[in-house]
Write a protein that binds this ligand. Structure first.
Ligand code: SF4
Length: 459
């Protein structure tokens, strides 16, 4: 038993989190920054933070994640990090030649109270930012929020620094994805392309963190939204934010700054939320849904009706980020599954929790939800009343092993499997993949548990 200290007896805890289902803010900020073409993320803090952030992203995506650090030592920790950041900006543009540097703070620089806009302005007036190059920033103190907050803050910073209104409206629709995989970003863009909708996605980590091996090292891969594209987002016909917690702030900021109307939707996971995304695209762009999309939808509906009997009534424990959990829960409920335990480590607010509770209102058994919660509590719930399936990040594998429960990896981080960077779980095709992954583990368990008499070849 790896988690042998987890007891079934549940005690009320207020201050202590054990195995929290979240990581720290700068990881999200670093990930979002990598979705800007030619961008070098810069961690304004100590080397330890930066090493942790880079290694977590590298382990999840299995790609080298480049970033820089202000490398605070005792002096900067006491007197502030202005000198370090000015020197860093100078060095980075001289040595690594990015188009843009995205600075995020850490717990330490936030506690000191470094004024990043003032330092960036000084770097500009001191001539440390070459012509045509940029530095932007987001505040990401990790004693508040989680990696999803950091992602939201950095994405909003893209609007605050770059979006412009040029007086003319273009036909483009801004697509602002939440903290999702590069493969999901590709799929969302593909759906827009098939619909015939011109789109600008930001941030966009496709072809950045799932790029090809070509034999030639490229510090700044092909993908990512360009600064010129970010500037034109202020003239787009509208914005669609996918995930309120991660993408909502950027869409609202764009509306406030450039009068670009926005719709804030759930992530397009599963049938219902993909339908809403497609319909919103259709309305915003003033087009019809093409037959290719109808075909994909029809295939998903067919697969659901063919296999629903194996999902019916299955009790599921879910761990993940708020935006993902909301859509995933809705999808599972539509399959007549029972998401009985739902935990996110990210503080997402009372409104979010109320929406999540509405989503499970028709589940015919008690549903336990903890926002924010931890995986220690989830494990205790499971010990008291087991589930048929666990879905969540890599850390769930300990619970799945100890309790011998089928398990599907979903969310962030996934440190011990591949596939997430290449195969999306968004849209109708992504929902098919989710069905496949869940069915595989559920039916493998059914086969293993079958006696010789009821072991079936054909299901
Ligand atoms: S929680 Fe704070 S101190 Fe720890 S790695 Fe994240 S930014 Fe650094």
């Amino acid at each position: 038993m790896l988690l042998r200290h987890t007891t079934p007896e549940i005690k009320d805890r207020k201050a202590l989190m054990v195995n929290p289902a979240k990581t720290c803010q700068p990881i999200g900020a670093m990930y979002a920054a990598l979705g800007v073409h030619g961008c070098l993320p810069h961690s304004h803090g100590s080397q330890g933070c930066y090493a942790y952030h880079r290694s977590t992203l590298t382990r999840h995506f299995k790609e080298p994640v480049m970033a820089a650090t202000s490398a605070f030592t005792e002096g900067a920790s006491v007197f502030g990090g202005q000198a370090n950041l000015l020197q860093a900006i100078d060095n980075i543009f001289t040595v690594y030649e990015p188009e843009v540097i995205a600075v995020h703070t850490t717990c330490l620089s936030e506690t000191i109270g470094d004024d990043i806009p003032q330092i960036v302005n000084k770097a500009g007036t001191d001539g440390k930012i070459p012509a045509g190059k940029y530095v932007f920033h987001a505040n990401t103190p990790s004693y508040v929020g989680s990696h999803v907050t950091g992602y939201a803050n950095m994405t909003k910073a893209m609007v605050d620094y770059f979006a412009e209104r040029n007086g003319k409206k273009s036909k483009a629709v801004n697509l602002i994805p939440g903290f999702v995989e590069p493969s999901d970003m590709t799929e969302i863009k593909r759906l827009a392309t098939v619909m015939g909708v011109e789109s600008i996605m930001f941030p966009d980590t496709s072809n950045v963190l799932n790029g090809p091996l070509t034999g030639k090292y490229k510090m700044y891969p092909e993908g990512g939204v360009t600064i010129d594209q970010l500037k034109t987002t202020g003239s787009s016909t509208g914005s669609i934010a996918l995930g309120e917690i991660c993408a909502g702030a950027a869409a609202k900021a764009l509306d406030a700054k450039c009068k670009v109307r926005c719709e804030i939707l759930n992530l397009p996971i599963g049938l219902h939320d993909t339908d809403i995304f497609i319909d919103t695209l259709r309305r915003m762009a003033g087009i019809n849904v093409p037959e290719e999309i109808n075909l994909e939808r029809g295939q998903l509906v067919d697969a659901i009706s063919d296999w629903q009997q194996y999902f019916y009534g299955k009790r599921v424990a879910l761990v993940g980020d708020p935006d993902q959990l909301l859509s995933l829960t809705r999808f599972l409920v539509a399959l007549d599954m029972q998401p009985v335990y739902i935990v996110t480590g990210s503080p997402a607010g009372k409104k979010y929790e109320a929406t999540l509770r509405e989503t499970v209102a028709e589940v015919p058994v008690e549903v336990k939800i903890k926002v924010p919660g931890d995986m220690f509590l989830l494990h205790q719930w499971i010990k008291n009343e087991p589930v048929d399936l666990i879905m969540g990040n890599t850390y769930c594998k300990y619970i799945a092993k100890d309790e011998d429960i089928p398990y599907v990896r979903f969310g962030f981080p996934i440190l011990d499997r591949m596939g997430h960077s290449y195969f999306s779980t968004m849209g109708y095709r992504g929902a098919l993949r989710l069905l496949e992954k869940m069915l595989d583990v559920l039916l493998d368990r059914k086969d293993r548990n079958s006696t010789d008499i009821d072991f079936e070849l054909v299901l």
